[in-house]
Design a protein around this ligand. Sequence first.
Ligand SMILES: [Fe+2]
Length: 238
Amino acid sequence: MIDLHCHILPEIDDGARSLEDSRSMARHAASEGVRMIAATPHVRTDYPTRAARMEFEVDALRRDFAEQAIAVEVLHGAEVELGRLFEIPPEELARLTLAQTGRYVLVEFPYRGWPHGFAGAMSLLRSQGIVPLLGHPERNPEVQDRPAVLRELVDQGALVQITAASLDGRLGPAAKLTAERLLGLGLVDVIASDAHGPHIREAGLAKATAAVGDAALARHLTEDVPAAIVAGDAVPSR
Ligand SMILES: [Fe+2]
């Protein structure tokens, strides 16, 4: 499996608090069958991570995991707040794309309220040849009330990532039910961990894929689509 959303870089945001945390997250993920993890530190007002810092930390983690014989490949990435997209110069934004292919950017879906500026964000990204992967919309109350509203954004070209811990119930019944309904509506492209540490929302991709209840669909969401994104290719259809 490939995990495209993980706060594995140490001491950069509200994720891993030490190098030992990062190692422990990676070892746990590897034990579940994860072979690649995109490091996706927050890029938002409280954690305004720059691409250069992310790249430096990814290099450091790659060297450490090689020394520690941890068989997980760390990829470049970021989780960019929707509003920030308008402030980041194109060259910087390209460096923040998943696996730095310049094609897909993980966008933090707002935790409340509907993203009314989304059409503008979409045309800005389209002008740069970038497709947004919306992070965990199943946690937003408006999506929880009416999961089908997400189709409006998908029809504009967005991809959707749901969080493993939503699907297996660790984030509460509303997130679980909404994740299941989005899956049923065919609106989900990727399942990722959004892990923030060894204990909080630890990877758990194996438990989540079991919760999908359909091995072929689970593979599509945790391997086939993520592999296309990492390669910078078009994603296979839902
Ligand atoms: Fe996240």
